[in-house]
Design a protein around this ligand. Sequence first.
Ligand code: DAH
Length: 341
Amino acid sequence: MALNEFIAELDGVLQEATAAFAAAADNDALEEARVAFLGAKKGRLRAAQKGMGGVDADDRPQAGQRLNDVKRAIETAFEEAERRIATGAADAAASGPAFDRTLPGSEYRVGSLHPITQTIEELKDIMGRLGFTVADGPEIEDERHNFEALNIPREHPARDPLDNFYLSTAEKTADGLDLLMRSQTSTVQIRVMEHTPPPVRIISLGRVYRPDEADRTHYPMFHQMEGLMVDEGVTMADLKSVLRMFASSYLGSDVRVRFRPSFFPFTEPSVEADFEWNGEWIEFGGAGMVDPNVFTAVGYDPESVTGFAFGLGVERLCMRRHNLADIRDLFTNDVRFLRQF
Ligand code: DAH
């Protein structure tokens, strides 16, 4: 066979192979074309190669060179087609199925603040408008701030280990005071007055801990809002108006407030504060005029200032507002319940 005949044959194969690879729409079609042209046994190139035996011996090196070039060109065309199909598949996957604007959208689930957190934010807001700033104190307290400075002496039943979460006796303050999970936010009154001279007008919101059995109205951890106002000439009338304005803002317009005589070691006189809510009198917490012993304990002069204090249960406020029957629902973290707020 003449050299030019052999070359014409090779070029024909190259042209057809390139066209076949370019036409292949997917991997299966491309593979079929690959076997047809590059297949080691029955491929077209292999068949054409056999013609080399008929080429004059002198022209064989040139024929072999041409064969190699054509083979490489066919392989390149194959790889190109392979890449084209792969990118096409990736593009298709990225753009996904055709967009159907008539399908309902998928729900985007957004979290929300816990009802107690929402209540706390609202209480801060209301009290802020009445001029009270927010103060904080630690949840692990020493017996001075939780009891002693609040006029609760060592032998007082409120300090009973059975009624408090004391830390292990190995853990004490540097000056040897016992530590406990605070049982009331009244501790913050002491912490604030210790480092701020009067006048003082603060609230403090946070967790308190008591070893109570959990039931519909009790939980071993709950929240209180403490309030403290100290200045020259503060009276019980101020206490009552602040609580009335607070109750009206939180529960609705013009809520009546009732004081019943009570006792707390850190106030004198002391009262239970009831709010009238839907025709019912409901107890929301304790209050009173700051006991002179408390002022003395923090270095205030009880002859020159007076003050009132109150402590309200945050859960109670939250439960009234949302008509909740069981305090435990607030803390079992069931999203079916929490999602409603
Ligand atoms: N600390 C009291 C309690 O946990 C509540 C309380 C009563 C706070 C009277 C006060 C107050 O500030 O004046 O039961």
